[in-house]
Design a protein around this ligand. Structure first.
Ligand code: NAD
Ligand code: GLY
Length: 362
């Protein structure tokens, strides 16, 4: 049964529709978006276009559609220009809507294009990976990567609505589903011990599991609450930065390894293991709890150590460029307990080096 949540942001409040088959609701949204002579367009990638033909042929029908190559390298200024030129070529104006259908790569790029084009047009997010359903489509963070690091150029631009349909996950490769599970585990760890226990009880499961829609809903609920309270991540402590649990490590891994070796969610999985070990070393969770985190990450086939020994200097350098750095000090998200995260500004460099070594850094 379809349910609805809201991201409460005053005038910019928007709904998240969660159900199995989102096609009818999306089709209604396209009709609304093109009423009164307004125009709309669709952005997607080649894999989704091939895997879900009916979404395009029956739901988006004759809306102009730009299909980009899949993969993290598509989240670039070059492709941002391609999208903006496409929108201009199709004559989209300030009353137009961009429908963004895909994983986090297309979602971040399309959201940023909608933020830039004509200094901002409406977008509707249709996440089609588990990671995008529970994280990237909600909260308005959009952007592209720079050579200097991931997501270093972007804007906050919230969608007008998000449509989540779990049926779309049927065609998602198993490895991508597992990568999304890393973000799901993240929510249990940072805000909901009950969700963490549920995940331990379920072990590895796939896109057709009957508990999945409720799990996705719970993740979106947590994210919506955090975003509503600290929209632009400016809280001095805690706040939206908590959503980056595991990500200081993960972004360093992606940056040091180069995009390709690790999917984002895979790096996050290992980042969660390291965040749990950090919390154990500081005494806020115990050895058994840190071990449970590792086992849960492992059971989804996600890495719990570096796949090859990345150079320590590259990892540390990448961490220094993390967006959470303030006044030169690294800010980590750690666990005060399972289900309760906090931001820490006082993590010693020695401990970080030691944790990287334990994970296999050279
Ligand atoms: P992705 O967008 O690369 O999608 C993964 C793969 O699945 C791609 O090959 C894609 O073509 C394919 N695919 C997508 N949906 C499919 C479907 N239903 N069936 C078959 N194939 C399908 O990767 P992702 O993991 O979704 O997103 C990762 C990106 O999200 C990273 O760039 C990360 O930085 C970003 N991100 C952003 C936020 C945010 O708040 N904006 C949060 C988390 C992650
Ligand atoms: N994915 C982290 C955030 O949206 O803030």
């Amino acid at each position: 049964m379809a349910t609805r949540l809201q991201v409460n942001l005053g005038e910019r409040t928007y709904p998240i529709h969660i159900g199995e088959d989102p096609r009818a609701e999306i089709a209604r949204e396209t009709v609304a978006a093109t009423a009164n002579g307004n125009t709309a367009a669709v952005l997607t990638d080649e894999n989704l276009r091939r895997a879900q033909p009916s979404l395009f042929e029956e739901t988006f029908r004759d809306l102009p559609c730009l299909v980009l190559p899949p993969g993290e390298t598509t989240k670039s200024f070059g492709h941002l220009e391609t999208v903006c030129e496409f929108l201009a070529g199709e004559g989209l104006d300030r009353g137009s809507t961009l429908f963004v259908a895909g994983g986090g790569v297309i979602g971040d790029l399309g959201g940023f294009a909608a933020a830039c084009y004509l200094r901002g047009i409406a977008c509707v997010q249709i996440p089609t990976t588990l990671l995008a359903m529970v994280d990237s489509s909600v909260g308005g963070k959009t952007g592209v990567n720079l050579r200097a690091g991931k997501n270093l150029a972007g804007a906050f631009h919230h969608p007008r609505a998000v449509f989540i349909g779990t049926d779309l996950l049927a065609t998602l490769p198993e490895r991508e589903f597992a990568a999304g599970m890393a973000e799901v585990i993240k929510y249990g760890l940072l805000a909901d011990a009950g969700l963490f226990e549920q995940l331990i009880r379920l072990g590895r499961f796939g896109p057709d599991h009957p508990e999945l829609p409720a799990i996705i809903r719970r993740c979106c609920e947590i994210k919506a609450e955090i975003v509503a309270a600290d929209e632009t991540e400016t809280a001095a402590e805690g706040g939206r930065a908590l959503l980056n649990l595991g990500h200081t490590f993960a972004h360093a891994i992606e940056q040091a390894a180069g995009y390709g070796d690790y999917l984002h969610g895979e790096a996050v999985g290992l980042g969660l293991v390291l965040a749990a070990r950090l919390s154990q070393e500081r005494g806020s969770i115990n050895r058994e709890e840190a071990q449970l985190v590792k086992e849960l990450v492992e059971c989804h086939g996600l890495p719990t150590a570096l796949l090859s020994p990345l150079p320590m200097s590259r990892l540390i350098e990448a961490m220094r460029r993390d967006k959470k750095v303030r006044g030169g000090r690294l800010r980590f998200v750690g666990l005060e307990a399972i289900g309760k995260a906090a931001t820490w500004n006082d993590v010693g460099a020695d401990l970080v080096v030691w944790l990287w070594k334990e994970a296999g850094a050279a």
